[in-house]
Design a protein around this ligand. Structure first.
Ligand SMILES: Nc1ncnc2c1ncn2[C@@H]1O[C@H](COP(=O)(O)OP(=O)(O)OP(=O)(O)O)[C@@H](O)[C@H]1O
Length: 688
């Protein structure tokens, strides 16, 4: 049989020379992993995308050229420059005849040029045929396209950004550069350097860029809104992060653009429902970020403040944090619910201390339990000092110590929902011979627990629907480690929850959407892994409705029963432990001395007594009302109030069908004069 010649050889995978669209310098600086097929594929995609877009671009440029040309001709023929110069020197009337003559002349020139051109074209057409027409059309089109081309820095949005921009920028890096310029994040003559080309990550596109020298990644994060606008996506779709650590630097930004609203989908159920037990020392699964990454929240060693306007998922978030502790049989829970609903009643079966309601008796109960716990923290420190180094290497609780029932130092969580109910209580209280209010006393006890408690195994979780500066005193806020702000009313409230000036760093919880229940900005404690890399992040909490919460609490009780750790309220033992209250007052006094009220002047005390709860609810109280209620002389009252630091102000109050302007006092001034207010406005928050 005839056979084909047989060749001897070796297969060699030969790579064609890839000519990248990126410049050689940029190409060399790319990580080697990127100089791969992916890059070639992107380059081909880019090339094809560019080719497809060329005809449209040219047509648009010609269109713009026609407009530009027409406007230039109209300006010329109407002698606009001469006319404007004359108008400016107020000689328009004098020059009127001259301008008219010039206008007429230019019209004539236009007519002559058009006439000559038409004749020339007609003759050319007669002599050489239609090739002249085509040639001329080509030349004119090129001239118009050049005149109408997009120039850098031209005002208005780039036409190329119209339509589905999320995809456009992934194919054409120039669009990205334009977006950065539009958002004023880079200058007109500056450009970006792509560290990694746009790649598909989750349900969106991710890209890492290097900013020009001297431009900072933090500024991009700050101006996330402007960038989102330039890319025509909603802010919630755009995640901007600084690339830190290895491979990162102050000018390297990673950003990710979701295809659609990442929080629009159905909420994800908490994984803790499926878990038999949990270790309180492990971070609790808290939620997911926009990219769907799981965000865990460490609780031991830190504390948590959750703030939001009503119905945004505050209780849900606090319960999520609590559920990790519920499922650890060695953790002890103090649950105080200022709302008094059924949100927390499932926790009653396992709580060591449980208070539910907003009455005065409940506020006293909370106070007493906190005093007991402060004393316990002191006792724990004293005991730790006597322990062997092998058991307690530092003056800090360890996981083994917290699980040693004999030692009696379990991880203890104080969870207070609607904490403002207790913190705002204006009831007068005398502590260690000093006059204060019940609310201020509770704030001091909490401040001590948040500051000194973590090392002794105490975790404080506070939730409030009134995150204003009066509710959570700044001395307490300052020591709360982790913060979670769901939607709030304005940037001031957001800063109160998240920390000073967080809005200027690009984190403002008032911009979250009302429909995004359970979505908030989490600022984890600086000591956590997440905190080291990120200042804050937007998180959607896991969904844990009441039914799941009940299941978790029942499991928590069963675990405690099995471990023999059930105690306190859960077994019907609410008896207060004997406490050395003078020792408690001693430690509080040293920690928050500045917050204590000294003798409140009698006149102010009378005003405060008259106002009661309204001292915090009302902004303004008319002088007439106070004079009548306190039965004092108006003149003397006004003078004394002024001396006490309460100047009278005039405000409009409802009167009959309309309003009337009357003299009176701001309750904020009264509170400040009585030493009841904390440092109002310390974070830029305005007062009434
Ligand atoms: N992660 C979530 N995903 C989806 N929906 C949620 C999520 N968290 C909370 N919600 C919804 O938000 C509603 C309000 O939640 P929650 O009761 O926690 O609000 P709240 O801020 O505590 O309100 P209030 O101030 O009235 O107590 C819940 O009924 C729930 O349906």
């Amino acid at each position: 049989m005839p056979v084909q010649p047989v060749y001897d050889g070796e297969a060699v995978a030969e790579r064609g020379e890839v000519v990248p669209r990126v410049s050689p310098g940029r190409w060399r600086s790319m990580p080697s992993g990127l100089r791969s097929r992916d890059v070639l594929r992107h380059a081909v995609n880019d090339g094809l995308g560019w080719l497809v877009r060329v005809p449209g671009r040219v047509l648009r440029a010609v269109g713009r050229g026609v407009v530009v040309g027409f406007r230039a001709w109209r300006r010329w023929v109407r002698v606009r420059d001469y006319r404007e110069a004359a108008a400016q020197s107020e000689k328009l009337a004098d020059k009127f005849v001259e301008i008219r003559a010039l206008t007429l002349f230019r019209w004539k020139v236009t007519g002559a040029v058009v006439g000559v051109a038409a004749v020339a074209v007609a003759v050319g057409h007669l002599v050489y045929g239609s090739v002249v027409l085509w040639g001329l059309a080509g030349v004119v089109a090129v001239a118009l396209a050049v005149a109408g081309r997009r120039k850098d820095g031209a005002p208005g949005r780039k036409a190329v950004l119209g339509g589905p921009r999320t995809l456009t920028w992934t194919m054409d890096a120039q669009v990205l550069v334009d977006a950065f310029r539009d958002a004023k994040l880079i200058g007109k003559d500056e450009s970006l350097r792509l560290v990694e080309r746009a790649t598909r990550v989750g349900d969106g596109w991710a890209v890492t860029v290097d900013l020009p020298a001297t431009r900072k990644a933090v500024d991009v994060i700050k101006s996330r809104d402007a960038l989102a606008s330039a890319l025509a996506v909603d802010e919630v779709q755009l995640i901007v992060e600084r690339v830190r650590g290895r491979g990162g630097h102050a000018g390297r930004v990673f950003f990710w653009v979701a295809d659609e609203d990442p929080y629009a989908g159905p909420p994800v159920r908490t994984p803790l429902v499926e878990v038999e037990r949990w270790d309180a020392w492990q971070a609790v699964p808290f939620g997911r970020d926009a990219r769907g990454r799981r965000i865990d929240l460490p609780l031991v060693w830190t504390s948590l403040l959750v703030g939001a306007i009503p119905r945004q998922g505050k209780t849900f978030a606090a319960r999520l944090a609590a559920s990790g502790l519920v499922l650890d049989p060695y953790a002890r829970l103090y649950v105080f619910d200022g709302k008094g609903g059924k949100d927390w009643d499932a926790a009653e079966q396992l709580a060591y201390r449980y208070v539910c309601g907003d009455e005065l008796t409940q506020a006293y109960a909370v106070r007493d339990h906190l005093v007991e716990l402060v004393a316990e923290v002191q006792a724990r420190y004293a005991r730790m000092a006597t322990l062997d180094d092998a058991v307690c290497p530092e003056s800090k609780i360890t996981p083994a110590m917290s699980r040693d029932v004999e030692l009696g130092m379990p991880v203890t969580a104080v969870i207070i929902d609607e904490v403002q109910v207790f913190l705002e209580s204006p009831i007068r209280e005398e502590v260690g011979g000093k006059k204060t209010t019940l609310g201020a006393y509770i704030a001091d006890l909490l401040t001590y627990l948040v500051r000194k408690g973590p090392a002794a195994g105490v975790v404080v979780i506070l939730a409030t629907q009134r995150p204003d500066s009066n509710t959570i005193p700044s001395r307490l806020r300052a020591v709360l480690g982790s913060r979670f702000a769901l939607r709030v009313m304005d940037w001031r409230d957001s800063n109160i929850v998240l920390g000073e000036q967080m809005n200027t760093r690009g984190y403002d919880a008032s911009t979250l959407l009302p429909s995004h229940k359970g979505v908030g900005i989490l600022r984890p404690d600086g000591e956590t892994d997440a905190g080291a890399d990120l200042v804050a992040m937007t998180v959607r909490t896991y969904y844990m409705p009441n039914t799941d919460w009940r299941v978790i609490c029942e499991r928590g009780r069963a675990l405690r029963e099995a471990a023999g750790t059930l105690g306190g309220h859960a077994v019907g033992d609410d008896a207060a432990r004997p406490v050395d209250s003078s020792a408690v007052v001693g430690v509080l006094g040293s920690g928050a001395a500045d917050a204590w009220t000294d003798e409140v002047p009698e006149l102010l005390a009378a005003v405060i007594d008259h106002l009661g709860e309204e001292l915090y609810e009302r902004d303004f109280v008319p002088t007439a009302e106070l004079v009548e209620a306190l039965e004092v002389d108006a003149g003397t009252f006004g003078r004394e109030m002024g001396e006490l630091g309460c100047p009278p102000v005039r405000q409009y109050v409802p009167h009959g069908d309309g309003v009337r302007r009357v003299r009176g006092y701001l309750t904020a001034d009264v509170r400040a004069a009585a030493g009841l207010a904390d440092e109002i406005g310390s974070d830029g928050s305005g007062r009434t």
